[in-house]
Design a protein around this ligand. Structure first.
Ligand SMILES: Nc1ncnc2c1ncn2[C@@H]1O[C@H](COP(=O)(O)OP(=O)(O)OP(=O)(O)O)[C@@H](O)[C@H]1O
Ligand SMILES: [Mg+2]
Length: 508
């Protein structure tokens, strides 16, 4: 009994089946008051499903929950909120055109009489944000604030609803390293006040730095428990994927040849007509990886969108000696350009389409997938079966919709599609975001093999480790400009950090 009283949440024997998938298989999990409990596991292991069940979004086939030692029924998010459970989903659920205050009270509106009492809500939000050190402007429009701050709004929203158990599903996937540090501070402040946190992440360093305890899942089951004191990154990696993972990329020297991508004087404006890419010139050669390092929001997104036909731009871009027209994505795909986009839901997949269809999204009208306007289902199917196997996409079949896959498996579908057709240029933006360590190892090796086959690779990543591991040359982007381009061998983490912060390379 005394033991139970210390547990903020207990999950007992939860089983959840989807058609063809045992997503949770007799899962037990307990959360102590005031702890940060990391939930680790390979892509598709069942982490999000388990948390969605706790939050009342899915009902389990079997299992029960105890909160503060008492059995509870959670039939929907409303029950979960009443029991003090809050969840921050990986894809935020905020309304961009509403203010912070409006978003916070959405669904639990404060009224005085028949009218909405926005002022009172606003005051409460200010008090709450001061109490927890979560700095936000209650009057700002959500679309105008950076992701890190939007996340704070999500956390505040949970606290506004009096959450004592907070689920954070891959909260750092979209944050800059500084924003992630800020989040960890907030997490510690919350646990000091007795809030208990379930923290899902694929970044093993973070787990070792912030977790009190760690539970690992694989293929729907809990396969182990540990603590940061008892384990290393490689221990965690092998517990997750069930084999040893080589965390280091092994690659030989690049053999760069002809210029494949030539960017000259490229200027790109954002939604507010402010130049976010300013007169950028760059070359990427066949057989090399050019990495773009930079703090997120320094024009990388706009640069990639301009190159891949998703955004208007000025200047000149050539692909294999041919002028690349702007705002024409199909031209690129038909001329050997592959794109792994930053936002997999917006630009990577059609979620209601099957995996088979998503895997031919740029080629469905070409041979062998169609001839004389006639679709060849056999070829589309065969392609899907092969790619699912090769890229280890965890899915019951090629016929399920992309929307039902776990986040990491959705990412693998995009990578599989883009790397499996004949290409000369790969533009990869955050290619391994949300992937587990085993899949990162695989994708990194694939990118290097593409390079060795003569593909030119333009890599954008917020992970400095990834840039340093894969790049042959590194360009540093700051406030829309390329401040320097260096051979990867000359770049140290410290130097890159300084250049990314805007210090002139000559002085660093
Ligand atoms: N709504 C759904 N319909 C059908 N299958 C689903 C649904 N949601 C999840 N699944 C399946 O359940 C399994 C577990 O998925 P889940 O999203 O829980 O994984 P995860 O551990 O969160 O992985 P990731 O690290 O990639 O986010 C996957 O095989 C997935 O395809
Ligand atoms: Mg998930």
């Amino acid at each position: 009994m005394a033991e139970n009283e210390t547990l903020a949440l207990e999950i007992r024997h939860v089983t959840k089946r989807f058609p063809g998938v045992l997503a949770n298989d007799d899962v037990n999990f307990d959360l102590r008051r005031g702890e940060i409990h990391a939930l680790l596991g390979e892509n598709g292991a069942g982490k999000t499903t388990l948390m969605n069940i706790v939050y009342g979004l899915y009902s389990p086939d079997e299992g029960e929950f105890l909160i503060n030692g008492k059995k509870v029924e959670i039939k929907g998010p409303h029950d979960a909120i009443n029991y003090g459970i809050g969840m921050v989903h990986q894809h935020f659920m905020l309304v961009p055109v509403f203010t912070v205050t409006e978003n916070m009270i959405l669904g639990s509106e404060v009224t005085s009489g028949p009218s909405l009492d926005l002022n009172r809500a606003r005051r409460e939000i200010i008090e709450l944000s001061e109490a927890h050190g979560l700095d936000v402007d209650p009057d700002a429009l959500v679309e105008d604030i950076p992701v890190g701050v939007q996340q704070r709004v999500e956390i505040l929203k949970a606290l506004y609803r009096k959450a004592r158990v907070l689920v954070l599903d891959e909260p750092t996937a979209v944050l800059t390293p500084q924003e992630a540090e800020d989040l960890f501070q907030v997490m510690h402040q919350l646990t000091d006040k007795g809030v208990s946190i379930i923290f899902i992440t694929h970044k093993l360093k973070e787990v070792l730095n912030v977790a009190d305890r760690i539970t690992v899942m694989r293929r729907g089951r809990v396969v182990g428990h540990t603590t940061p004191k008892e384990s290393t990154q490689s221990d965690l990696a092998s517990m997750m994927v069930g084999r040893d993972v080589i965390l280091q990329v092994e690659k030989g020297a690049a053999k760069p040849r002809n210029v494949v991508l030539e960017i000259a004087g490229l200027t790109v404006e954002d939604e507010r007509s402010i130049a976010s890419v300013k007169d950028v010139s760059l070359q990427v050669r066949s057989g090399e990886v050019l990495g773009i390092a930079g703090v997120q929001g320094n024009g990388q997104t706009e640069l990639v969108e301009a190159l891949t036909g998703l955004r208007a731009a000025r200047g000149e871009v050539q692909l294999d000696g041919q002028k690349l027209p702007f705002e024409n994505p199909r031209f690129g795909t038909e001329h050997g350009l592959a794109h792994i986009p930053e936002d997999r839901h917006k630009h990577g997949l059609v979620l209601p389409y099957s995996l088979a269809d998503n895997l031919v999204l740029c080629t469905y009208y070409q041979k062998p997938f169609a001839s004389n306007l006639q679709r060849n289902d056999r070829a589309v199917d065969r392609n899907a079966v092969e790619l699912i196997e090769r890229f280890d996409v965890r899915s019951p079949s090629q016929y399920v919709t992309a929307g039902t896959l776990s986040g990491g498996n959705q990412q693998k579908v995009i990578v599989a599609r883009e790397l499996s057709r004949p290409i000369s240029l790969l533009v990869a933006n955050q290619p391994t975001r949300g992937l587990d360590v085993g899949s990162i190892e695989y994708i990194h090796n694939e990118i290097i093999s593409m390079r060795d086959l003569g593909v030119a690779v333009l890599l954008v990543s917020a992970e400095l480790d990834e840039i340093m591991a894969l790049s042959d040359r590194i360009a540093v982007m700051y406030r829309g400009e390329i401040v320097t381009v260096v051979d990867a061998g000359q770049a140290t983490r410290e130097k890159l950090g300084l250049w990314m912060a805007g210090l002139h390379p000559g002085n660093a």
